[in-house]
Design a protein around this ligand. Sequence first.
Ligand SMILES: [Zn+2]
Length: 234
Amino acid sequence: MNILAIFAHPDDEAYGPGATLARYALTGHRVSLVTLTRGEAGSLGICKELPAPEVAEMRSRELHCAVKALHLHSLKIYDLPDKGLQHYPEEKGMEIVRGEIAAHRPDILLTFHPGGISGHSDHIAVTRWCEKTVLSLDAPPRLFYYGVSPEMAERIKPYRKIIPFENGEITHVIDAREYFPYKLAAIQCHVSQLEFWESFQKNGAGEHFFGGEECFSRALPRHHTNGVLKDLAL
Ligand SMILES: [Zn+2]
């Protein structure tokens, strides 16, 4: 299987479906990552003190480290404006997605849930571009959203607001526990963002929330069967 993940920021892949990406990458599938910004608007830790070009450099290096940690096949980083994707011309965003699909010919295109997980406007814009592009193609890949279950969002709520899947939206749950060490290694590559991870750790929430199963919804074509599947290939 050939999987192409497209996200807005360096670290979305790690804090998002990192264990699932590692699982497929390490079991004979080709998993590629496209990240649309260099994360120069990062507001955690040292990012606050550095000029934007230096933050972009640092976060791009961190992303290369994470891609290695997850054993992904390839990485492409674009330089679109971090925290500015909602104002970026949609047609141009879709052109990038279309070009990456043409280059990778993926079976599966993976991005965040339309709620944006954290509700970040960049995440929401990327999902819209992916969805509209898939709808415009004659032979599109299957589009999957990564997201957080309502139960998990409820547990995280004291520490961070998450926009979860709605009941019934989750079509696939991947047991990625075995691959959690790869995800953790990728999270730790993003040194500039560790404040985020540490806040979860302090609350005893880190492994609990990030270590177990990762949830997905097959959005296009919509998946209609009873029950939840355990493999994105199904
Ligand atoms: Zn993000």
